[in-house]
Design a protein around this ligand. Structure first.
Ligand SMILES: [Zn+2]
Length: 220
């Protein structure tokens, strides 16, 4: 089964992290991720997946196996929710630490710089996994693809941001809001935001497929 949660202990010391083959800060971020993502066990797995949006094909009949922001998901939808949550978390960490790695500030020492760049590398890895998970979790439903996506012209001589960028930016924003709401224990708000997250994530999946087809031609 997909590995949903970090394996490293949340409060292990430097030596344990070194044995696990990870940098200290990398493990720190993984520990942060543990608060957002939890694998379900025992009777918890009798509960249904939270997904029910029409852009996702309606109510999901699979049992939940993982919890993200406190909401329960099946393996397919949980993998997508997990990668999206981690991507937002790593991006937030990277933005914070990049204040130390830019030409306008005194360079930090080599150890700090390595930590900053390690975080950027984890983000890149999360981004790659995220797109795959999105496309698996939300296959294209032609009648649900928004008109702005259907009508977008990638051959426009004056290129501008397109449906992939719009939906990706919106999804990132909703993930950030969900993380903040989850940290404040505002469960009702997390549940409400998840409906928006489903919509923009499905539309992002549709836009990725639409862009690929228009730019590269239909896949056989
Ligand atoms: Zn599901």
């Amino acid at each position: 089964m997909t590995e949903f949660v970090a394996e490293r202990p949340a409060r292990a010391g430097h030596a344990e992290h070194a044995e696990a083959g990870m940098g200290w800060i990398g493990s720190g971020i993984e520990a942060g991720a543990e608060s957002l993502v939890r694998e379900l066990t025992g009777r918890e797995r009798d509960l249904p997946c939270f997904v029910r949006h029409e852009d996702a094909g309606g109510k999901c009949d699979r049992n939940a196996v993982v919890q993200v922001y406190g909401l329960k998901f099946c393996e397919l939808h949980g993998t997508e929710a997990r990668t999206g949550a981690l991507k937002e978390l790593y991006e937030d960490a990277r933005e914070f630490m990049q204040r130390l790695d830019n030409p306008h500030v005194e360079p930090p020492n080599a150890a700090v710089l390595a930590i900053v760049r390690d975080t950027a590398s984890m983000l890149l890895d999360a981004q790659k996994k995220d797109e795959d998970a999105i496309r698996r979790a939300y296959p294209v439903i032609p009648e649900r693809v928004e008109e702005d996506t259907q009508d977008f012209d990638y051959e426009d001589p004056n290129p501008r941001s397109g449906p992939v960028d719009w939906n990706s930016d919106l999804r990132h924003l909703v993930h950030k809001l969900m993380r903040l709401a989850f940290e404040q224990r505002a469960t009702w708000l997390v549940e409400s935001l998840e409906l928006d997250r489903k919509h923009v994530t499905a539309q992002l999946s549709f836009a990725l497929a639409d862009c690929e087809e228009k730019v590269s031609g239909p896949t056989v």
